[in-house]
Ligand binder design. Structure first.
Ligand code: 1CP
Length: 354
């Protein structure tokens, strides 16, 4: 694997990074920080290199992926890089007829609504995404001791795009399938779990030192529905990559009422949005997990003092936790002033230096 090309020295420096220590709930020199969607439209250097290149095309160009992934590390001094891609990339790679439309997001030409539609979703082979293996090889060489986070969409969130045919506020077609044909739904989620697990394995084998499962839209479900209709598939994904020993992060939005169950799915780190303070989130998640989060991304639009007050609140709520990775409660908003992000990284590092 690409990992073999790294020196033992680099591997152990990465292993000992603040980010991976926090994920393992070990003592840290400072609270590590990274931002979901840290690479993207908030950065002028991103807009420049992406000019004239469609989103999905950019994900298939290893040199460009490497450059974009490194941009926020260089600019903000964050403690981890996240692989530049999108949750629909593995679906595109197995031949799903989809595109990422500017200003909209992923759009699927023929949504999945029937058993015949499901049969079109084949399993993912590593050779379907050789550009991912290549990019991660380049990246781990450039990153030095900075860990690289691989990621994938969770079965529910992927199913939502596939069944709706695009972004959705109410997930009505998705829920119609979930309630109306529980067996087809279970088979769809199980297939997506296999695809997702295969995609995460490719990234770990290429050199990613942690993985995050994005279940962004799962907060649309009640705990009972989550337990019955979603948890088994997400648990299958975490289980499939457990033996690698790399930290597994699990994130969703609006999951306050689901945190107890998310604590049982199999992740090592649970990501939390800004609607619930981290000390309360820790009580709900239960022992044995690190937490990630959770400043409201919209707070970054306020003056510096207000951002720092909010960051202080997050740090205070996390003070008693064995492991805390500082992050936003959801992705960086495209119009965020990048200076504000850089200052936030500095603030958290300064305030938590031990
Ligand atoms: O042309 C562009 O710049 C398109 C905008 C864009 C970008 C920069 C999209 C379309 N995806 C991405 C990159 C991306 N997507 C990353 C980059 C790595 C980083 O964090 O720096 C990541 C992690 C994702 C993951 C992703 N895509 C999620 C999960 C994270 C989250 O924000 O909840 C989701 C839900 C998507 C779908 C998606 N892709 C793009 C958009 C605009 C959306 C959301 C659409 C919607 O509202 O449903």
């Amino acid at each position: 694997s690409a990992n073999d090309a790294l020196t033992g020295q680099q591997q152990s420096a990465t292993y000992d990074s603040a980010f991976l220590k926090a994920c393992r709930r070990e003592p840290v020199p400072h609270t590590p920080v990274w931002f979901m969607r840290q690479a993207g439209r908030s950065l002028p250097e991103y807009r420049k290199v992406r000019e004239g290149i469609a989103m999905l095309d950019s994900c298939m160009r290893p040199e460009l992926v490497t450059e974009i992934t490194l941009q926020p590390v260089r600019r903000h001094g964050v403690d981890a890089a996240i692989y530049f891609s999108d949750i629909v990339v593995p679906l595109k790679a197995i031949g799903v007829d989809l595109d990422i439309k500017p200003g909209i997001g992923p759009v699927v030409e023929n949504p999945i609504r029937s058993r015949a539609d499901l049969e079109r979703l084949r399993l993912l082979e590593p050779t379907d995404v050789s550009y991912v293996t290549e990019a991660i090889g380049l990246l781990t060489r450039e990153l030095g001791a900075t860990p690289l986070i691989g990621f994938a969409g969770a079965p529910f969130t992927l199913a939502s795009y596939l069944v709706e045919g695009g972004p959705s506020r109410n997930h009505e077609h998705t829920k119609a399938l979930m309630y109306g044909d529980p067996q087809l739904w279970a088979d769809l989620l199980d297939r997506l779990a296999d695809i997702t697990a295969a995609f995460l394995k490719v990234q770990i084998e290429a050199g990613a030192s942690a993985v995050q499962l994005f279940d962004s839209w799962v907060g649309a479900l009640s705990p009972a529905d989550y337990r019955r209709a979603v948890m088994p598939a997400s648990a299958k994904v975490f289980d499939a990559v457990a033996s690698y020993g790399v930290p597994r992060i699990h994130f969703g939005v609006g999951t306050g009422e689901l945190l107890g169950l998310m604590g049982e799915v199999g992740a090592d780190v649970v990501g939390v949005d800004w609607r619930i303070p981290l000390d309360e989130a820790a009580r709900r998640v239960g022992p044995g997990k690190a937490l990630q989060g959770n400043i409201d991304p919209a707070v970054l639009f306020a003056p510096r003092e207000a951002v720092e007050t909010k960051a202080r609140e997050v740090l205070d709520a996390a003070a008693g936790l064995p492991g805390h990775v500082f992050n936003l409660g959801h992705g960086v908003l495209p119009d965020t002033d990048p200076e504000s992000l850089t200052r936030l990284v500095e603030y958290v590092h300064e305030q938590t230096a031990r």
